[in-house]
Design a protein around this ligand. Structure first.
Ligand SMILES: [Fe+2]
Length: 312
């Protein structure tokens, strides 16, 4: 998960140790591209056990919720319950399938470094795993989010090309000063995207697929809006980084994303520089609305009331 849009994140628990960019200049790796060795042999039994807990509960939740491409990618990758995956083993399979690799980084990396990796089909994955007492804490992307959530989708050729194009667009958007608009596209597709399959609505976004609570909320809760994806609309829509999304954008097929790959995202975003911005909960008359959300969850959060469907 790469976060470029400033927002009020939930307070970080005192126990949480920051990683990567968030840990300050002293934590910057020696290599200019911020990659490090995964250090697989240094994982402790307790860390493998956290992976197992997360893996097993998500694997139980995702049948009938994750999209076919996610399920198919997961099946073909060397990812299992018993140990944190080895990035070299993952890369071998991924490279053969779509030409992507997984490279280890200490946590979040600067935007230009992130885009440079994506543009060269390298997915930067945090090598650390959350603590047992932080199972649902998503303050920083760890190995579970990055590998379990993202890597299965990178086995799909359409997603593989789309994310590379996004990386190239990111480098241009940064020069044009329109990164906020581009970040929203990544957020509402790669991280929090839903897809309409013939057998129902499914998850393809890694932020949802790696979250126990949002896997259910995004698909089944009455609160959020579910709106047909439109590139310009998404580029103009702010998002939440500290809670469930108030709106999810739904694609009809992964080919829809592939069709976006030839678009030069940077200049496209620049065209919208002066266009008004929408709030996360907004529904427009021009939207193709699949579900008009009640907004009850976020209203309850704002007023401190208990949301009936809130999952803990
Ligand atoms: Fe992510």
């Amino acid at each position: 998960m790469q976060r470029s849009e400033p927002a009020s994140a939930a307070p970080i628990p005192a126990i949480h140790h920051k990683h990567g960019l968030a840990a300050g200049e002293g934590a910057r790796p020696d290599r200019a591209d911020w990659t490090i060795d995964q250090g697989w042999r240094r994982y402790t039994p307790a860390e493998h056990a956290v992976w197992k807990t997360l893996f097993e509960r998500q694997t139980q939740l995702l049948p009938g919720r994750a999209c076919d491409a996610f399920v198919d990618g997961m099946k073909k990758l060397p990812i299992g319950a018993d140990r944190i995956p080895d990035f070299l083993e993952l890369s071998e399979v991924l490279d053969e399938r779509t030409g992507w690799q997984v490279v280890a980084v200490p946590g979040l990396v600067p935007d230009d470094v992130f885009f440079e990796h994506l543009a060269h089909r390298r997915f930067p994955a945090g090598n650390f795993i959350r603590k047992p007492q932080e199972l649902d804490y998503l303050g920083e992307p760890d190995v579970f989010h990055d590998v379990f959530g993202h890597v299965p989708m990178l086995m799909n050729p359409a997603i593989a090309d789309y994310i590379q194009a996004y990386g190239e667009g990111g480098l241009r958007a940064q020069k044009l000063g329109v990164l906020d608009k581009l970040a929203r596209v990544y957020w509402y597709t790669v991280e929090f995207g839903l897809i309409q399959q013939s057998d129902g609505l499914r998850i393809y976004g890694a932020g949802i697929a790696s979250s126990r609570t949002e896997s259910v909320f995004s698909l089944q809760d009455a609160s959020p809006n579910r709106i047909g994806f439109d590139l310009e609309r998404v580029m103009r829509t702010r998002y939440r980084i500290d809670d469930f999304q108030e709106s999810y954008f739904v694609i009809d097929s992964l080919a829809q994303l592939l069709a976006l790959a030839p678009i030069d995202f940077g200049p496209f975003a620049e065209c919208l520089a002066d266009a008004p911005t929408f709030q996360p909960a907004d529904v427009l008359v021009t939207d193709r609305v699949l579900t008009r959300g009640t907004g009850a969850y976020h209203l309850a959060r704002r007023t401190g009331a208990q949301h009936m469907n809130k999952l803990t």
